[in-house]
Ligand binder design. Structure first.
Ligand code: FES
Length: 588
């Protein structure tokens, strides 16, 4: 693209034509306060007026996030007129904002506080009436507090971009405008899939995960035998909560921190992931052999399960009946491990650390109660774990590396680790299916064809004379392409992996917030590259494992030999499989 010559604060620069003033200024190393402008237009850009600057050729002040640069333009960020206008914009927002910042879990990463600091805004400059507030904490996953909303529209855009027809929108008009599900309903009374993508992009505390930290505190206080398991994607991002670079794997420090927090046992959910592969690959091959319903679709992602139940209730027979890995692991902990170590299962309290807000909803499903006990008792997001560690005074970056508990369960393979990224479940399943069908390990271990962030990936594999057609989709907007084909009877696939969040669990709604303004040490293109960096943290851990196929996990083999019998056995079905039920959007 052609370049144009501009001046910023009197200094000449050559920048790409077509850039906005904000983009050009950032590219030249200037910080203009901005709030509503977010990642490639995932926002209601131009609405907050926090980014006002003076520019020659324009009449008055312009919103730099929408106004394009022109040849010869001179831009002034620091004039008294521009600074006063930006400060007034922020003060207006603050005047209609709940100021309980100290109680807000987002206060460390609140972009409104950040622009208040940058502009010198004070909250008490304007007084008057406030927009009527909705506080919705009925869902187990997400809390919506409109008293903290700045109407930037990021959540509306992210929900629509990720899932097609988003469920969030602007309600009412003018001063009474708020953002929420249609008719200002609660999340539980809407077809929200609880994925938390809206939470990940909200610049303030208007959308937050529903914290379960106090539930875990109560379990410790009650003297429960509290054990914890961590999903693969958590280790790829937890370090970010402590200022570490994106993509730094922190598996050992995470385990060390969890021990110091008092958990009796610290397990890796990758053990459950290996178990899932044994059950899922067996189920797939059984369906192929016995003429069962195909394609079979993975069932690890609770956001995807919610979506399927709301929008594709007629296709639920295609879903694998396998519980998700942490739910399988919870069932094994309570109904196998507890007895082994002489603990009453009623006294065991299982905490899952997950990158996901939908897992909070999932653990409440009535189908995930086994022999009268919930498989999992509490779910904390990666961010909540970060808060728990900070609150305890543990110096995370100074911790030694420690290993997970692996006494009689907890061993895991590289296949389990890659579950955390789109294509990972498929690749793990292929590693085992290839072995079952050919009798030998797949050469080179990896199935590169299902890696990467393309919206829909597809591949065919010839396994001992059998052609296996597979597809992978992440984000419901992409998944719908595959699902509509299934509904129309046109699908050519045997096996499909679907993940609710774009990029898979590494970009789950419970992962640390990624914001350029809080990441001064990262590369300028971090908003485009952070998913790949987190994914690489998992792929590199897979490479470091001696065992990289689920069927080679010695403790999983022992579990079948000693307890479950064989994959898909009667007992395996009782403990490790589940069912689904169609739900009607806006059913009430
Ligand atoms: Fe430009 Fe909000 S950041 S108007």
């Amino acid at each position: 693209m052609a370049n144009v010559n501009i001046k910023i604060e009197g200094i000449p620069y050559e920048v790409e034509a077509g850039m906005t003033i904000l983009e050009a200024a950032r590219a030249c190393g200037y910080e203009i306060p901005s709030l509503c402008a977010f990642n490639h237009g995932e926002c209601n850009r131009g609405s907050c007026r926090v980014c006002l600057v003076e520019a020659t050729g324009a009449r008055g002040l312009v919103a730099s996030c929408v106004y394009p640069v022109n040849e010869g333009m001179e831009i002034t960020i620091s004039s008294p007129k521009a600074t006063a206008a930006r400060r007034a914009s922020v003060e207006l927002l603050l005047s209609n904002h709940s100021m309980k910042c100290q109680q807000c879990d987002k206060n460390e990463k609140c972009e409104l506080l950040h622009v208040a600091r940058l502009t010198g805004a004070r909250e008490d400059m304007f007084e008057g009436s406030q927009t009527p507030v909705t506080y919705d904490d009925l869902s187990p996953s997400i809390v919506r507090d409109t008293s903290k909303c700045v109407l930037c529209g990021r959540c509306v855009a992210r929900c629509a971009n990720a899932h097609g027809n988003g469920i969030l929108g602007f309600e009412n008009r003018g001063f009474r405008t708020i953002v929420g599900p249609a008719e200002n309903r609660s999340f539980v009374d809407s077809p929200c899939i609880m994925c938390g993508q809206c939470v990940s992009v909200c610049p303030t505390g208007a959308l937050m995960e529903k914290s379960e930290i106090s539930k875990v505190d109560d379990a410790f206080r009650a003297g429960k035998y509290v054990v914890v398991q961590t999903a693969p994607a958590v280790r790829a991002a937890l370090g970010e909560e402590f200022g570490m670079k994106i993509g730094t794997p922190v598996t050992g420090k995470m385990v060390a921190a969890l021990r110091r927090l008092g958990f009796k046992k610290v397990f890796d959910t990758d053990y459950g992931a290996d178990l899932t592969i044994m059950e899922e690959a067996t189920e797939l091959l059984g369906r192929i052999k016995n003429g069962g319903e195909l394609p079979m679709i993975t069932s690890c992602s609770p956001g995807w399960i919610n979506y399927a139940e709301y929008y594709y209730g007629d296709c639920l027979g295609h879903l694998s009946s396998c519980k998700s890995p942490h739910e399988m692991q919870g069932a094994i902990l309570k109904h196998f491990y507890a007895e082994k170590i002489g603990v009453d299962p009623e006294d065991m309290f299982v905490v899952s650390i997950m990158p996901c807000t939908a897992k909070k909803f999932e653990k409440e499903r009535e189908q995930l109660v086994t022999r009268g006990l919930k498989d999992v008792d509490a779910v904390l997001t990666t961010r909540e774990l970060g808060r728990l560690i900070k609150r305890s005074g543990i110096q995370f970056t100074r911790l030694p590396d420690e290993d997970f508990d692996r006494d009689i369960m907890g061993d895991y393979t590289g296949a389990g680790v890659i579950f955390g990224v789109t294509g990972g479940v498929m690749e793990a399943a292929l590693r085992t299916a290839a072995f079952v069908l050919t009798g030998k390990e797949h050469e080179g271990v990896k199935f590169e064809e299902v890696r990467g962030f393309e919206g829909v990936k597809e591949a065919s594999f010839d396994l001992n004379g059998m052609t296996l057609n597979v597809a992978v989709a992440h984000g419901m907007k992409n998944a719908r392409v595959l699902l509509d084909d299934i509904r129309a009877g046109k699908s050519k696939y045997h096996f499909i992996e679907i993940m609710g969040c774009p990029g898979g669990c590494i970009n789950g709604g419970g992962q640390p917030y990624v914001r350029e303004c809080f990441l001064p040490d990262e590369e300028p293109d971090i908003m485009d590259t952070y998913k790949a960096k987190r994914a690489q943290a998992l792929y590199s851990e897979d490479e470091r494992q001696t065992l990289r196929q689920s069927h080679n996990n010695p403790q999983i083999k022992a579990l079948y030999k000693e307890f479950l019998g064989e994959p898909n056995s009667h007992l395996a079905h009782e403990l490790l499989h589940t069912s689904y039920a169609a739900r009607v959007p806006f059913g009430k």
